[in-house]
Design a protein around this ligand. Sequence first.
Ligand code: GLN
Length: 281
Amino acid sequence: MTLADARRAAAAQLAEAGYTSAPLEADLVVGAVTGLDRARLIAWSEQPLSSAQQVQLEQLVSRRLQGEPVAHLLGLREFWSLELRVGPATLIPRPETETLVEHALAALPERSPLWIADLGTGSGAIAVALAHERRHWMLLGVELSDAALAIAADNKAHLGLSNLALIRGDWSAAFAPSGLDAILANPPYVPQHDPHLSQGDLRFEPRSALAAGTDGLAAIRMILADALRCLRPGGLLALEHGWDQANAVRALLSEHKLTEITTVRDLAGHERVTSGRAPGG
Ligand code: GLN
């Protein structure tokens, strides 16, 4: 079996099962067993797979056919052009979360030595991307789950980020008053009875990273309840939320007296990130 045959066969099986990104997923899986990127898979299409590689490929395709996310099969997911380690203990980083990274980069001064918390950091995606972009900033990734912290630590280590500290804790409880220049979070925000939670990749991700009370806003309320204590005056709070939650999140921020409340859209055009500033800046 050549690389071309393997890609074609895997794509056909995945397409047959209804996966809309079957050709891309097939290349990711064939790439994982051969260690080749897409360009090499194409350039070396007549190279044969070893029999061990063929067995491994069959196993990965059959796990995918059972519904397991591609990111879990590979143990990797690209975020902000960085290759992140991921696993069942964390949310799989999503492209819309890059909107939050972009917003923080735009809203905060590049050359200041800022202290920035990423609450519920999971795989560390947001904190890792910002620590990578801004060597003057100190990123503090907070996470309650030890298993998730281990993944974040792995990402910190393999990207060599000395300006990222990982802290076991419950939202912002670990922080002293007024010590933070910014608080960022992609908290759980799916309503707990949303049928999407039992569909697709979401079935394989931690419920605690996805679902937040009957209206999906429970975690955002908890973060807001302590954020102003931790932020310095004028400090930034920026939260990811569901496409239909922007109005509710803006109202919560204004109830807590934040100023300069702004919502930004993701690449799909959905209102995805809302931010405000702590009063008195
Ligand atoms: N955007 C995710 C989804 O609906 C949810 C992520 C989250 O709750 N933080 O698939």
